[in-house]
Design a protein around this ligand. Structure first.
Ligand SMILES: NC(=O)c1ccc[n+]([C@@H]2O[C@H](COP(=O)([O-])OP(=O)(O)OC[C@H]3O[C@@H](n4cnc5c(N)ncnc54)[C@H](OP(=O)(O)O)[C@@H]3O)[C@@H](O)[C@H]2O)c1
Length: 284
């Protein structure tokens, strides 16, 4: 017997589970940068936002105040290099944790990554392309996709940044306060995505069927090009020295090319440069 077809959620299951006119939504990893952005986007809904301290997803959730109609599952082990040293720890969060979230029985959005691909291409990746992760992090996120179950939107995105937390933009701005020049890799091309834009696209995606969806910013750039744009938009004179990934000697290999595009009718996101401006506005 083949796999059952993925079914679209019934409208009442996510739209109004308790007849109040508001969706009851659980957000995991609510202290992270995407978790925070989602709380802003879904502010009109009945949101329960649980931080790492409030629900460690490596442990089954025994009780919730009420059953959610939808889960936005952002909790994850996101330390890409750290996952090489402790792949089992990363899997406990990204795979085991996702299984626990799926066990709640509600439709869920699982956030995955461009790092499920090996990057040995110069064409954007679409949903039907075969994954081949290079790193332990990428492998755990790919297994997490399977653990999300049948009632899931698998959202692959890339290079997330926002005004909260530690990310490439906030790191570059910090380094610019400390030095005149920063060395940044110029041999990894991706589509850096602003978390506010991804959160808005997530809301639109709920109108689409379950399955894999690529949701990343329009355009693409290398990290060095993004650093130059950050300094330009911030009117900083900090110089960018372009280096190769080998010079950094990091534990986890990264795909050299991981631009994500959709071959389906995915919600479209603004250009990464618009995301950068929105992020800098948020920081100001
Ligand atoms: N960042 C990127 O560039 C990127 C790119 C593509 C996809 N993604 C995916 O997008 C999602 C959101 O990423 P993000 O950038 O918002 O990451 P983030 O800022 O690191 O947030 C992840 C959150 O998960 C929490 N967390 C870690 N272990 C947990 C556990 N065992 N139980 C519950 N919560 C736990 C973290 O809490 P603590 O900090 O307190 O541990 C943190 O608040 C993740 O699934 C990530 O894999 C990220």
């Amino acid at each position: 017997m083949g796999r059952p077809a993925r079914r679209r959620p019934l409208e009442h299951e996510i739209a109004d589970p308790v007849g109040t006119g508001r969706r009851r939504i659980l957000i995991t990893g609510a202290g992270g940068q995407l978790g925070r952005a989602l709380q802003e986007t879904f502010v009109a809904d009945d949101v329960v936002a649980l931080t790492h301290a409030e629900w460690d997803v490596t442990l089954p959730r025994l009780s919730l105040p009420a059953d959610p109609g939808l889960v936005l599952h952002t909790a994850a082990w996101t330390d890409v290099d750290g996952a090489e040293d402790d792949p089992q720890g990363a899997a406990a969060v990204n795979v085991g944790g996702t299984r626990h979230v799926a066990e709640l029985g509600a439709p869920l959005v699982y956030y995955s990554t461009d790092y499920v691909f090996d990057g040995r291409t110069s064409d954007p990746y679409v949903e039907s392309d075969a994954p081949n992760p290079l790193s332990a992090y990428g492998r755990t996120k790919l297994h997490g996709e399977a653990a999300a179950g049948e009632q899931a939107w698998i959202v692959r995105s890339s290079g997330l940044f926002g005004p909260t937390g530690t990310n490439f933009v906030t790191t570059m701005l910090r380094l610019a306060r400390e030095r005149d020049e920063v060395a940044v890799v110029d041999d990894q091309r991706t589509a850096p995505t602003y978390v506010g834009h991804l959160a808005d696209a997530t809301r639109e995606l709920l109108e689409r069927p379950f399955g894999i969806w690529h949701l990343a910013a329009d355009g693409d750039c290398t990290w060095a090009e993004l650093a130059e744009a950050i300094f330009e938009e911030s009117a900083l004179s900090t110089r960018v020295r372009r280096i190769s990934s080998d010079a950094l000697d990091r534990a986890a290999p990264r795909p050299p090319y991981s631009v994500l595009r959709s071959e389906k009718d995915a919600p479209s996101l603004p250009h990464w440069r618009d995301g950068l401006r929105a992020c800098l506005d948020g920081l100001a």
